[in-house]
Design a protein around this ligand. Structure first.
Ligand code: URA
Length: 475
């Protein structure tokens, strides 16, 4: 695979006319001063594996300051990185901290990473389904920022649920019940934590090599044997353009396999929220409904497709069809729900709240969102980004990393694509711990719906699949 043009369109740069006057050092010695690394990248040169390792180790230790790393990030962003450099960067970031070895735990350990979106609660039902099918799932997740939610915030809306387990407890729980879901510890890929904060304030986030190194340095540190990726595109996705999402999927799979970890990517549509529920507790409630066999079709489709990939990657089925049957059986038999309950109990969560989720929902204040006076015909679209932003206004998501989230805040979308609509119909219900931010949220939320005279039917949310170096569609 070629990564020479690995920069996504958002970052397309230009070469400076003044480069004619530049003096580029010849890298006679492997280890250089930071300024020479910067100069090499500024001139479109390539850093060696040893140089990337030196750069990342010195930056993580505080020996290279943020201002020099900022310059290097921007130079690489504008001039691109070679495939070998991306692998070196990922390796250096991965080994900036602890890399877990789970080889003493039986079975092939498989995890899933999603690039995130609105209403994407898939990890919560997925992990217990897959664990119930005999594949151990060690999952280290993140918090939400901006319009996309985070699995940790969702899990922590279960009263008492702990996501800050020690690595020893993480291993023990995986060995005991085949399933553990925690947050990133300070020991895992510390270089990524520092670099991500810097990228965030230097406009260097939207660059495929950095994104791939960031995601994979964390995932590969978990001790997994294989990785399934859910790369989303559409208005609520991190990569809105499908072409960029495809490029990221190819890169993630290529780099993961370069590390000896087989990977498959599903490309999925995040133009509209996934499922009906958005927000932390509302999404846990919908995840429990899925485990009880009562989920909206789109959520079930994406969850089962990812589960089947994980079951095959975990060598518990030979084909996707066989794996799908196993995943469905795990739901129908109650084995997946049992596994979820076990995890909640072991991680300190209130089992009663998940046995009867509606009771916790009743503790929230609620308000109806109604269709405007000119609404007629059918719902043609619900914009995921508008819904995500309205949820941040409500307090279900974060504007900055330091913000607290309201665990009960969120909404349930009652009218979705293809549903008939008349003015004044209730299109959504909004919930929160207090009424304080509801009015502002409702105003924003209403703008998410589009209406039209003709009914549209919701298609598959799965756009494509990338494995073994090829797209299923042949694109
Ligand atoms: N998610 C990550 O973990 N890192 C990125 O760089 C972007 C999204």
């Amino acid at each position: 695979m070629q990564f020479a043009s690995a920069r996504i369109a958002l970052g397309a740069g230009r070469r400076l006319a003044s480069r004619f006057f530049c003096i580029v050092p010849s890298p006679t010695s492997e280890i250089m001063h930071a300024v020479d690394y910067i100069r090499t990248k500024r001139e479109g040169g390539q850093l060696t594996d040893g140089q990337w390792h030196d750069l990342i180790a010195r930056y993580t230790d505080g020996d290279i300051p943020d201002y020099q790393m900022s310059a290097l990030l921007m130079a690489a962003f504008l001039n691109g990185m070679q495939e070998a450099e991306m692998v070196s960067l990922t390796h250096a970031m991965l080994h900036s901290g602890v890399v877990l070895d789970l080889s003493d735990i039986a079975g092939r350990k498989v995890d899933k990473h999603s690039t995130g979106g609105v209403g994407d609660k898939v990890s919560i039902p997925l992990a217990p389904i897959v664990a119930a099918c005999g594949v151990p799932v060690p999952m280290i997740s993140g918090r939400g920022l901006g319009h996309t939610g985070g699995t940790l915030d969702k899990l922590e809306s279960i009263p008492g649920f702990r996501t800050d387990l020690s690595i020893d407890d993480y291993r023990r729980q995986l060995a005991d019940i085949g399933l553990v879901m925690i947050g990133q510890t300070a020991d895992i890929a510390p270089a990524d934590k520092k670099l991500y904060a810097l990228r965030d304030v230097t406009a260097t986030v939207e660059f495929v090599p950095f994104i791939a190194a960031s995601i994979l340095s964390k995932k590969l540190a978990e001790g997994i044997d294989a990785l399934i990726l859910d790369v989303k595109h559409g208005s609520g996705a991190f990569m809105q353009a499908e072409a960029n999402a495809r490029h990221l999927a190819e890169t993630l799979v290529g780099v993961s396999e370069g590390f000896g970890k087989p990977a498959v990517a599903l490309l999925t549509d995040m133009d509209q929220p996934l499922g009906r529920a958005v927000g932390n507790w509302p999404e846990v409630e919908e995840s429990i409904a899925l485990l009880a066999g009562e989920a909206p079709d789109d959520l079930e489709e994406v969850t089962l497709a990812l589960a089947a990939e994980m079951i095959v990657a975990g060598h518990q089925a030979e084909t996707i069809t066989e794996a799908l049957d196993k995943a469905k059986d795990a739901i129908q038999s109650g084995a997946a729900m049992d596994r979820f309950r076990m995890m909640v109990e072991v991680q300190g969560g209130d089992v009663e709240s998940i046995a009867n989720p509606g009771k916790r929902t009743e503790q929230a204040v609620a308000a109806d969102v109604r269709a405007p006076d000119d609404a007629a015909g059918f719902v043609t679209r619900i914009d995921a980004l508008d819904v995500g932003r309205a949820m941040v206004t409500l307090g279900a998501g974060r504007q900055t990393k330091e913000d607290d989230v309201d665990p009960l805040a969120g909404c349930v979308l009652l009218k979705r694509e293809g549903d008939a609509i008349a003015p004044g119909d209730v299109i959504a219900r909004v919930m929160a711990s207090t009424e304080e931010r509801m009015e502002a949220c409702i105003e924003g939320l209403q703008s998410a719906w589009s209406f039209g005279e003709r009914s549209v039917s919701a298609g598959s949310r799965i756009t494509d699949r990338y494995a073994d170096g090829a797209w299923r569609s042949g694109k």
